[in-house]
Design a protein around this ligand. Structure first.
Ligand code: ADP
Ligand code: ASP
Ligand code: MG
Length: 415
C-alpha cells in the first residue's frame, strides 16, 4: 500500500468519456489498497480559449482578472471527476486551490507555490476518500485566486506529493513518457526509460512542454519520485515486473549508466525577438533597457549586443511572446532615457536547444549543431549556452527541419 498523487493533463480529461476512464484508473489504484489524491488540468483547449478571451478584450489586461478567468477550467474538471468517481462507487471530493489551501506569492499569472496545507487532505485520504484537487491555481496573499503559469498543474501535483509525503507522483499525459524530442514532430523520437532531473529541468525550461519547469525543480529539491505515463494505455503506475518502466522516471544523474552526449532536443515557438537599434554605446545602456523591462515583469532570455563603429550599438534579445506588447510598451516609455533610434520586433522565431549532461565532458557539441544547421541553410540569429545546453534562435519556419536534422546528427533516431 502506498500514498500516491495522480495528475491528469488536459487531453486526459478532454471529454466525459475520458473523465470516466480516468475515474476507472483512479479506482484501480484505490482498489489496490493505495491512498490516492488526484490533480486535474482543464479540459484540452479550455485554458487556451480563456486566455484568448482575456487577450482579445485587452492585450495589457489586469493579471488578477486574468487569473479569475483562466483558473475556472480546473474547477470544472475537479468537480466532474469527483462526480465520475462517486458514480463508480469511490468516495471523492473536489478541492479548489483556496480550499486546500495552496498558498502562493502574489505574481498573478505566474505565481509560485509557497505552502500546501496537507493535514485535511491526509485525514480524508486515510478515511478512504479521494481528494480531486484543481491544478494550476492557488490563493495569493491578496486573498485572490492566482495561477501558476501555463502547464502549472504539473507543479501543483509535485508540490502536493511533497506536502502529502507521497511515495510517487504519477503524471498521466497523452504520450507514454519523455522522448528524445517531441514525438509529435519527430516520428523517430525515442522514449527514455529514465532521465536525470538536471536534463529534464533544462529540457523543460527550453520548451519541452511535457513537464512544467517548476515541477521538475520542485521534484529535485523535495526528492519526489516523478514518472510520466500515458493515460491512454492500459498500464498502472507501478513498475512492471522485471524492472521495465511503463513510462519515464526522473532520477539522479548517477543512476544513468550510459550517458549520452545529447539526451534530448527541444524547441520553443513561445519567444519573440526584439532588437533595439542604434542605442548609444556607453556604460549604463544595457542596464537602462533591461531595467525598463524588469519594471514590467518581462523576463528576458537570450541576449546579444553588436558593436558598431559610429558609437551606436544594436542590442538583440528574446522575451516570451505573450510579453511582447508589454515589452514594447516598456521600451517606448524608456526611449528618451535610452536614446535608441528604433525598436524592431519579430515574433516569427523559434529557439532550438540540445541538452545533455555528457556535454560537460565532450567537446564539439556546438560545432555539430552549427554545421548541421548550415547544411540545411538555416541561419542562426542568436546563440546562448549553459553547462549542459546549447540554444540557437532561428526563423520559425525552419523549426521542424532543424529539430529533425539535429535529432539525426546526434544519433538519437530510433532504429
Ligand atoms: P498535458 O495536457 O497532459 O499536461 P502537455 O500537452 O502539457 O500534456 O504535454 C504533453 C506533450 O508534450 C506531448 O503531447 C508532446 O507533444 C509534448 N512534448 C514536447 N517535448 C516532449 C518530449 N521530449 N517528450 C514527450 N513529449 C513531449
Ligand atoms: N490548464 C493549464 C494550462 O493549460 C494548466 C495545465 O494544463 O497544466 O496551462
Ligand atoms: Mg502540461
Amino acid at each position: 500500500m502506498a500514498r500516491i498523487v495522480m495528475k491528469f493533463g488536459g487531453t486526459s480529461v478532454a471529454d466525459l468519456e475520458r473523465i470516466g476512464n480516468v475515474a476507472r484508473r483512479v479506482r484501480a489504484e484505490v482498489e489496490a489498497g493505495n491512498e490516492v489524491a488526484v490533480v486535474v488540468s482543464a479540459m484540452a483547449g479550455v485554458t487556451n480559449q480563456l486566455v484568448g478571451w482575456c487577450q482579445a478584450l485587452s492585450p495589457l489586461h489586469d493579471a488578477r482578472e486574468y487569473d479569475a478567468v483562466v483558473a475556472t477550467g480546473e474547477q470544472v474538471t475537479a468537480g466532474l471527476l469527483a462526480i465520475a468517481l462517486q458514480q463508480q462507487g469511490v468516495d471523492s471530493r473536489s478541492w479548489l486551490g483556496w480550499q486546500v489551501p495552496v498558498t502562493t506569492d502574489d505574481a498573478h499569472g505566474k505565481a509560485r507555490i509557497e505552502e500546501i496545507e496537507g493535514a485535511a487532505l491526509i485525514a480524508r485520504m486515510q478515511s478512504g476518500q479521494v481528494p480531486v484537487v484543481a491544478g494550476f491555481q492557488g490563493l495569493g496573499p491578496d486573498r485572490r485566486v492566482t495561477t501558476l503559469g501555463r502547464g502549472g498543474s504539473d507543479t501543483s501535483a509535485v508540490a502536493l506529493a511533497a506536502a502529502l509525503r507521497a511515495e510517487r507522483c504519477d503524471i498521466y499525459t497523452d504520450v507514454d513518457g519523455v522522448y528524445t524530442t517531441d514525438p509529435r514532430i519527430v516520428a523517430k523520437a525515442r522514449k527514455l526509460d529514465k532521465i536525470a532531473y538536471e536534463e529534464m529541468l533544462e529540457l523543460a525550461s527550453v520548451g519541452a512542454k511535457v513537464l512544467q519547469t517548476r515541477s521538475v525543480e520542485l521534484a529535485m529539491k523535495e526528492r519526489v519520485r516523478v514518472q510520466v505515463l500515458s493515460s491512454f494505455e492500459d498500464v498502472q503506475g507501478t513498475l512492471i515486473p522485471g524492472g521495465m518502466l511503463p513510462g519515464t522516471l526522473l532520477v539522479d544523474e548517477d543512476e544513468i549508466v550510459e550517458k549520452a552526449i545529447v539526451t534530448g532536443i527541444a524547441y520553443s515557438r513561445d519567444e519573440a525577438k526584439i532588437t533595439v537599434r542604434r542605442a548609444p554605446d556607453r556604460p549604463g545602456i544595457a542596464a537602462a533597457i533591461f531595467e525598463a523591462l524588469a519594471g514590467e515583469s518581462v523576463n528576458v532570455d537570450m541576449i546579444v549586443q553588436n558593436v558598431s563603429a559610429d558609437g551606436n550599438t544594436d542590442v538583440t534579445f528574446t522575451v516570451g511572446r505573450a510579453d511582447l506588447p508589454r515589452a514594447q510598451a516598456a521600451l517606448d516609455e524608456a526611449r528618451a532615457r535610452v536614446g535608441y533610434a528604433e525598436v524592431l520586433a519579430d515574433p516569427d522565431v523559434a529557439k532550438i536547444s540540445v541538452v545533455g549532461v555528457g556535454m560537460r565532458s565532450h567537446p564539439g557539441v556546438a560545432n555539430t549543431m552549427f554545421r548541421t544547421l548550415a547544411g540545411k541553410s538555416i541561419n542562426i540569429q542568436v546563440i546562448s549556452t549553459s553547462e549542459i545546453k546549447i540554444s540557437v534562435l532561428i526563423g520559425a519556419e525552419y523549426t521542424e527541419l532543424a529539430v529533425r536534422a539535429l535529432h539525426t546528427a546526434y544519433g538519437l533516431d530510433a532504429a
